[in-house]
Ligand binder design. Structure first.
Ligand code: CA
Length: 220
């Protein structure tokens, strides 16, 4: 199991990242300030760090600078405000492996995390299956009852979320935050629209509506 350190002082964002990563089989820990982030990264207990630039104490730039000066090679994905991407990239002096402008969708971060960990991905699930439905997370291919199905990135992410929680009722808000991100309007009907797309492509009975609660992957 890969271990990810989340250095983020905003509880809402930290828990959004943490919940998502845990649901995808990662072990996580959160550090809410620069000093504890640096100490945890040095400990060797983590395979990757997601690092917010605006941290209290010492900021993300300084955390990264001092880690790299000590030859600490932990892969780092930096989180930065969308309007300061250019400053951030300049300020990183090549110390980060990747960066992620805020706000972001969880799936975008997940893709970057997976990419950075690609060298040591032992034990991580790459194919999900349930009742004739198969998703290959590496090739991003989907199939239903033996036939290949063409899914958009968003449809794939939604299908993946269902397959990771077989038999479980998933509320619209849960699906929204998983697939669309924390800044999405909770009143949006985008989940229902995409469930409809998936039913059309995968079979209408594949996803059940649980009235007043949400949706569930049918155990076909
Ligand atoms: Ca911050």
């Amino acid at each position: 199991m890969s271990r990810v350190l989340i250095a983020e002082d905003e509880p809402r964002i930290a828990s959004f990242i943490e919940k998502g990563l845990r649901a995808h089989g990662f072990a996580t820990a959160v550090a809410g300030d620069g000093r504890s982030a640096r100490a945890a990264a040095r400990s060797g207990d983590f395979d990757l760090m997601v690092l917010d630039i605006g941290l209290p104490g010492i900021d993300g730039f300084e955390v990264l600078r001092s880690l790299r000066a000590e030859r600490c090679t932990i892969p780092v994905i930096v989180l930065t405000a969308r309007d300061s991407v250019q400053d951030t990239v300049a300020g990183l002096e090549g110390g980060a492996d990747d960066y992620m402008p805020k706000p972001f969708r969880f799936e975008e971060l997940l893709a970057r995390v997976r990419l950075r960990l690609a060298g040591n991905r032992q034990g991580e699930v790459t194919v999900l299956t349930s009742g004739g439905l198969t998703l290959d997370l590496r090739t991003r291919r989907a199939s239903a009852d033996g036939r290949t199905v063409d899914l958009s990135a968003r449809e794939f992410a939604l299908a993946e979320t269902f397959l990771r929680h077989p038999g479980q009722v998933l509320a619209r808000e849960q699906l929204l935050s998983h697939v669309w991100g924390y800044d999405f309007d909770p009143g949006s009907n985008v989940v229902d629209v995409y469930v409809r797309y998936l039913r059309k492509k995968l079979g209408a009975s594949r996803i059940e509506t649980v009235r007043g609660m949400g949706y569930r992957l049918a155990e076909v």
